[in-house]
Design a protein. Structure first.
Length: 258
C-alpha cells in the first residue's frame, strides 16, 4: 500500500486542522511510503515497507528549504494530538512533534494552535534569525519550542515561555499558553488523558485535574494512542477560545461556510 507524507512545503499552510495524525498529502514535494501489516524492520521502501502508517510520520507539518528561499508561511493552523508511540511526552526524540522547520528554511509561524503534542510543538533546525514566531497558542505539549542550534538544545515549555525572548528570533511576540476550548469526542479525549497524564511530571496532579475529562458511567477509559477521528468530525474542531487563532471557518462568496 503506498502512502504519501508531505516532506516540503513552500506555500501557505492556512488554515489546516491536523488531528490525531490526520495529515494531508500535498501534491508537491511528496514522497511515497509503503506500509504492510505485519512487516518487520521496514524503512518505508517498497522492498521493506513499514508495518503501520505511524512509522512514517514524525511531524504533523514539515517545512524544508535553505538560504535564499522565500519564507514559508505557516499561519492560522490547528495542530492537535500528534503522537509518539514508543516514547511519548519525554522529549528524548523528535518523533511526535507538531511543526518541524528543517534545512535552514526561513519561516513565518503565526496564529497557530499547538495542543496535545507528544513532544515539541515547534522544532527548528533553522537559524532562528530567519524565523518569525508570533501570536501562537500552546497547551499541554511536552514542550512549546525546541531549537537544535545549541548545546544543550534550547527548549521552552509552557512554564518558561519568557525564555522565547532570549532566543535570537527574527521576531517573537504574542505567543501564549491557552486552551483552545475544542469540542473533542469525550471517549477520544478520555483515552488520551488516561495515557498522557501518567507519563509526564511537567504538570502537577492539580494541573492535570484541571483538564481531566468529565466522569462517565461504565469502566474507566483505557490509555490509547493514534486513534483517528472521522475527517468530518476533525474538520469541525474550531477553537472556541477567543484568545487563540488557529483554523476557523470562513464564508464563501456564495454565503456558505467552509
Amino acid at each position: 500500500m503506498g502512502w504519501k507524507k508531505p516532506v516540503g512545503l513552500a506555500s501557505s499552510l492556512s488554515p489546516l486542522v491536523v488531528l490525531a495524525l490526520l495529515c494531508l498529502a500535498f501534491p508537491a514535494h511528496a514522497r511515497d511510503w509503503f506500509v504492510r501489516a505485519g512487516a518487520v524492520g521496514g524503512d518505508g521502501s517498497r522492498e521493506k515497507p513499514f508495518r503501520d502508517p505511524f512509522q512514517a510520520i514524525t511531524e504533523a507539518i514539515r517545512v524544508t528549504g535553505g538560504f535564499g528561499t522565500r519564507p514559508a508561511q505557516v499561519r492560522d493552523n490547528t495542530v492537535l494530538f500528534v503522537w509518539n508511540r514508543s516514547r511519548p511526552h519525554d522529549g528524548s526524540t523528535s518523533t511526535g512533534s507538531g511543526l518541524a522547520l528543517t534545512g535552514n528554511a526561513p519561516a513565518v509561524v503565526e496564529g497557530n494552535v499547538f495542543q496535545y503534542i507528544d513532544n515539541f510543538a515547534v522544532r527548528a533546525d533553522s537559524r532562528l534569525n530567519e524565523v518569525v514566531l508570533t501570536n501562537n497558542a500552546f497547551f499541554r505539549n511536552w514542550a512549546a519550542f525546541r531549537s537544535t542550534q545549541g548545546m544543550p538544545p534550547p527548549t521552552v515549555d509552557e512554564k518558561s515561555m519568557q525564555l522565547l525572548a532570549d532566543l535570537p528570533f527574527k521576531k517573537a511576540e504574542g505567543n501564549v499558553v491557552a486552551d483552545g476550548g475544542f469540542d473533542i469526542d469525550p471517549a477520544f479525549y478520555a483515552s488520551w488523558f488516561a495515557r498522557t497524564s501518567q507519563l509526564t511530571s511537567l504538570f502537577t496532579p492539580e494541573e492535570w485535574s484541571q483538564v481531566a475529562p468529565r466522569q462517565m458511567g461504565g469502566e474507566p477509559a483505557k490509555p490509547g494512542v493514534g486513534r483517528a477521528l472521522d475527517w468530518k468530525a476533525a474538520a469541525k474542531l474550531f477553537p472556541k477560545n477567543a484568545r487563540v487563532k488557529g483554523a476557523r471557518p470562513k464564508p464563501l462568496e456564495t454565503g456558505s461556510d467552509r
